[in-house]
Design a protein around this ligand. Sequence first.
Ligand code: NDP
Length: 254
Amino acid sequence: MQSIHSTMVLSMESLTGKTALVTGGSRGIGRATARSLATRGCAIAINYLHSAEDASSLLQEVRDIGSRACMVQADVSHPDEVTHMVNAVSQELGPVDILVNNAGINPTKPFLELDLSDWNQTIQTNLTSAFLVSQAVLPSMRQRQWGRLIFLSSIAAQTGGVIGPHYAASKAGMLGLMHSYANLLAKEGITSNAIAPALIETEMVRQNKTIRPDMLPVGRFGHAEEVAQAVVFLASNSYTTGQTINLNGGWYMS
Ligand code: NDP
């Protein structure tokens, strides 16, 4: 009994003093995640692209919680901007311990009208970005033998989803990326996991009029804070790696 208890204490680690970088932290799921990690004592780096005002109000919220914070504008699909962002965060808050690869887009069109430029934009923003930012933070995680990679995939990776093939492929690619890092880094104190949400009530869902809450078995949209809870769990648990947490109101069961 004693040894089970000790193991539990060891595997649920404190996040106090860790530095978390949330890509696309200005709005939606990223914003809720940044707030939740701040309440657990993390210093928070908020990445944004266009929503400077939202990022700035979040910066204030995080500081009000009592955590250190910075905001960095960067298009995470561009290698140079990623390098600049990771350097800026390291200088301001210290090396990144927890990376939440959250930034994403879901351009919608009838699927046969999707062209190469839609495909490239979606793959670069949703998938290439996660590769670029992970590669940029991993050397220092490996030096310190501690790290958390968390990927915001989607139910679209599992069922095809409602957006289209470009989006589903980008989100399925994130799972492959996550599995590879989990395998490669399991012995180095670095975990790699994904969250596959469905219909979380953010701008991304509100702007798509074909999506309704009655599509889900639970009959309601999810809340960004519910996804943030899963991020906090993955960040604080060292025995979970290579996994996907399905947060989807029962739409896809595994
Ligand atoms: P939102 O549209 O509400 O927010 C998207 C965020 O991504 C914004 O902060 C935006 O920044 C940022 N972003 C977009 N492109 C870039 C870029 N090139 N560089 C940096 N930041 C960028 O999305 P959600 O919060 O709903 O979704 C977050 C993640 O969760 C996405 O990856 C999405 O695919 C995934 N997801 C969401 C689901 C949902 O139902 N909402 C379901 C399944 C998965 P800015 O505004 O500053 O430009």
